[in-house]
Structure formats: structure tokens, C-alpha cells
Design a protein around this ligand. Structure first.
Ligand code: SF4
Ligand code: SF4
Length: 402
């Protein structure tokens, strides 16, 4: 039998009624483990084509997306079961015409709202309408510190200039701002300028996010993988900036998996602290979980409540806790620290999501994978395969040489 979130405690209430279960257990997020924050992927549509996009390689079409009324019902249900924050994401969430309506509804049911956006479709009026509807926070992704590289990575002309403008509007509207910078071999040299850019934009927070290699990023790994020297340099730059900018800019940074000794506690542990909802309403333990074949994900369109799916569905329980672990995790002192790392990465690199994440130096596959990474990092593959609904488009020579 699969382990459950609360391994030792059997459910007392009707397991078909998630809310009843919650109430019978005191209805606190801590008791039951309902996450405090949820990611709503409103759409996979996006005008950008980032080669590391964390959306699945098989993107969902607009025709399958949840309707406005379905999303509103989901938001109400989330608030009811104890979720406090909703992150509107995508794809590009501003591609949805009903975004203002959804933000207003989320505000009305008491959720703290964050918009995770590429910002290229935003206008000042649209952002003001979102702020009026109750939007609490904006996170804008940047592909570099200057237009040449940033627009090339995004596969979208003038993207960078548009992002700078939108960040300014966010601050004019007094919206707290996070800058998210996805880093890889072809833009890591810009990190000092990206840090300064975040300060100049009056951001509260900078996320220095290293590419995670599954889905689109795995297709592009040879063009994105940083060298060990780059990573060592990056750690110094970040540590120095964290001290220098204390009280001005918070900088979040995690060493990329392939160069760490231990894997990250991915998603805080599978099915422990996080879920997201896909554009068609599937409830997923991680935004990349659909890359794992052989798992069936329940939908908000099913007859089950969200709380029931979180507690009882096979996809959530398959890798919850520590009972599913093989060696070397099973007898490892860190098993409740990192929960065996990332299931999506284990699947992408070993073909079995039940294996130890090969990013861990104790994994029997670590050495071989690390060597591959090193070889790719020192290779000369620089052209991207752009993310799109056609399964990806190789970067044109002219674009790359520009
Ligand atoms: S990573 Fe890039 S392509 Fe993917 S959703 Fe975000 S902005 Fe769009
Ligand atoms: S063996 Fe497993 S539990 Fe131990 S550090 Fe590696 S991934 Fe974590």
C-alpha cells in the first residue's frame, strides 16, 4: 500500500469527503498538510519560447482550459480548505482575458494573490486594473540583463524592454516586485548586472533560479548546462551581494542540482507542502509531474473534492513520505531532509521516478550523469530548441549569429 501524508494516523472521516475529513481533524493546514500556497497554471499559451520552460513538452491547448466559472469555483474551494495564497502562473497568465475577474474573485474569497508573468502582454492600464481587483504582488521573469541575450533566449523581440517598463509600472502602482532570473551557461556572466538591475527596479526580492533539467530544458541541456567554474563564481557573487544588499534586496539562490552534493528537497517533498493546478484542472504534486509517465492525475472536473485528491489520490501517495524509497535513500540519514530529491529528475535521467535522484552523490548513477553534464558544459552546442506548440523549433543560424 502506498504511504500517505500522515503515515501513522488512519483517516477517521469519510475518505470520499475531503472537507469532512479536514473538519474532523481540526481543519488546520498543519494537521492535514493542506498547502498554504497553490500555483494556478491558467494556461500554457505564452508568446515567449524559453528553451528551459518548465511547462510539459506536450502543451495543453486553449480549448481544454478551465472556464472562468470553473476557476472561480476552484478558488473558492481552495480558500475554504485553508489555502492562503494563490500564484497565478502559466504559460503566460495575462493571455487569459478573464484574469482581472479571477484576481477579483480570489481577493473576495480572502486569498493573497501573486502574478507570475513574463510581462510582455501587460499594459499600464491592465496592471492598474489588476491592482484595483486586489492583486498583492508581481513576479516578473527576466532572461538576462540586456536586450540582446535576453530577447534571444526568450525568442521574442523587445521582450526585455517591455519587462523593464512593466516592472516600473508595478512599483508606480505600489505593488511589491520580485525579479526572477533563470540562469544558465549563456547568461551567467550577466549575474552582477542582473543583481544591479533588480536594485535599480526597486525589487524587494531576486530569485536566482538555476535551470532544472527536465521537459524543455532537458531537450536544451547541452546549450544551457553551466560549467563548474561558472557555478563556483556564481556562489561567490551571490554571497557577496547578499551581504552588501542586506535590507535592500533579498536574494534567493540554490546551487544547481548537478553540482550539489545532495539533491534539493524538491517541492518540500512530494505531496507534503505544495500542489499546482494545470490549465485543464489536473492537480499535480509539481509543475513538471506530468513528465512522469504511468501516473494518473485527478482533475477538479472529477467528482472528488480538491482536499480528497490531495489526501487520497494515487499520484500524491505514490512518493509521499519515505516508505516508497529504494536504497541508498531507505537507510540514509538524510531521507527526511531531502525526501530523495526530485521525482521528475529521477524519471528524466533514469527512466524510473522511484529511483534516488541522480543529482545525489550517493546515487549509483551520479558519476555518469555528472560526467555527461561536464562534457556538455564544455561543448560547443549553443543553439536553442525553442518551446512552442509545434514540439519545438531549432534556433535559426541567423538569429544565433546575430
Ligand atoms: S518559461 Fe518562458 S516560455 Fe515558459 S511560460 Fe515562462 S515565459 Fe513562457
Ligand atoms: S541517498 Fe537519498 S536520502 Fe540520502 S542524501 Fe541522497 S537523495 Fe537524500
Amino acid at each position: 500500500m502506498s504511504p500517505t501524508l500522515t503515515d501513522a494516523t488512519p483517516l477517521a472521516a469519510d475518505p470520499n469527503d475531503g472537507l469532512n475529513v479536514l473538519e474532523s481533524r481540526g481543519s488546520t493546514a498543519e494537521t492535514f498538510g493542506i498547502p498554504l500556497a497553490v500555483l494556478a497554471e491558467l494556461t500554457h499559451r505564452c508568446p515567449l519560447q524559453c528553451p528551459y520552460c518548465s511547462n510539459p513538452v506536450e502543451l495543453e491547448r486553449a480549448s481544454g482550459e478551465l472556464s472562468t466559472e470553473e476557476w472561480k469555483k476552484v478558488l473558492s474551494e481552495l480558500a475554504e480548505i485553508g489555502v492562503l495564497q494563490i500564484h497565478f502562473s502559466g504559460g503566460e497568465p495575462t493571455a487569459r482575458k478573464d484574469l482581472v475577474e479571477l484576481v477579483r474573485h480570489a481577493t473576495e474569497v480572502g486569498l493573497y494573490t501573486n502574478l507570475i508573468t513574463s510581462a510582455v502582454l501587460l499594459t499600464k492600464d491592465k496592471l492598474a486594473a489588476l491592482a484595483d481587483a486586489g492583486l498583492c504582488h508581481v513576479q516578473i521573469s527576466f532572461q538576462g540583463s540586456e536586450a540582446d541575450i535576453a530577447d534571444r533566449v526568450a525568442g521574442f523581440r523587445n521582450a526585455h524592454a517591455q519587462k523593464i517598463k512593466a516592472a516600473g509600472w508595478a512599483r508606480e502602482l505600489d505593488l511589491p516586485l520580485t525579479v526572477n532570473a533563470v540562469m544558465h551557461r549563456q547568461n551567467l556572466h550577466q549575474l552582477p548586472d542582473i543583481i544591479q538591475m533588480a536594485v535599480d527596479l526597486d525589487a524587494d526580492r531576486l530569485e536566482v533560479a538555476n535551470v532544472q533539467y527536465y521537459g524543455w530544458a532537458l531537450k536544451n541541456r547541452a546549450a544551457l548546462m553551466p560549467t563548474l567554474e561558472q557555478i563556483e563564481e556564481t556562489s561567490h557573487i551571490v554571497e557577496d551581494a547578499q551581504v552588501r544588499l542586506k535590507g535592500i534586496l533579498t536574494i534567493d539562490y540554490v546551487v544547481p542540482d548537478y553540482y550539489a552534493l545532495r539533491p534539493k528537497k524538491c517541492m518540500g517533498g512530494w505531496g507534503r507542502q505544495f500542489f499546482n493546478i494545470s490549465p485543464t484542472g489536473k492537480i499535480l504534486p509539481c509543475h513538471a509531474a506530468e513528465t512522469i509517465t504511468g501516473l494518473d492525475f485527478e482533475s477538479v472536473r472529477s467528482n472528488h473534492s480538491i482536499a480528497w485528491i490531495w489526501q487520497n489520490s494515487d499520484a500524491f501517495n505514490r512518493y509521499r513520505g519515505t516508505g516508497w524509497m529504494p536504497e541508498p535513500c531507505r537507510s540514509c540519514e538524510f531521507k527526511e531532509v531531502d525526501f530523495g530529491g526530485c521525482r521528475c529528475q529521477a524519471f528524466a535521467l533514469t527512466g524510473d521516478a522511484g529511483n534516488t535522484d541522480p543529482a545525489c552523490t550517493l546515487s549509483p548513477m551520479h558519476e555518469q550523469i555528472f560526467k555527461t553534464a561536464e562534457t556538455e558544459a564544455s561543448g560547443d552546442v549553443n543553439r536553442f530548441i525553442y518551446r512552442n506548440f509545434n514540439g519545438g523549433t531549432p534556433e535559426a543560424d541567423a538569429q544565433h549569429d546575430a
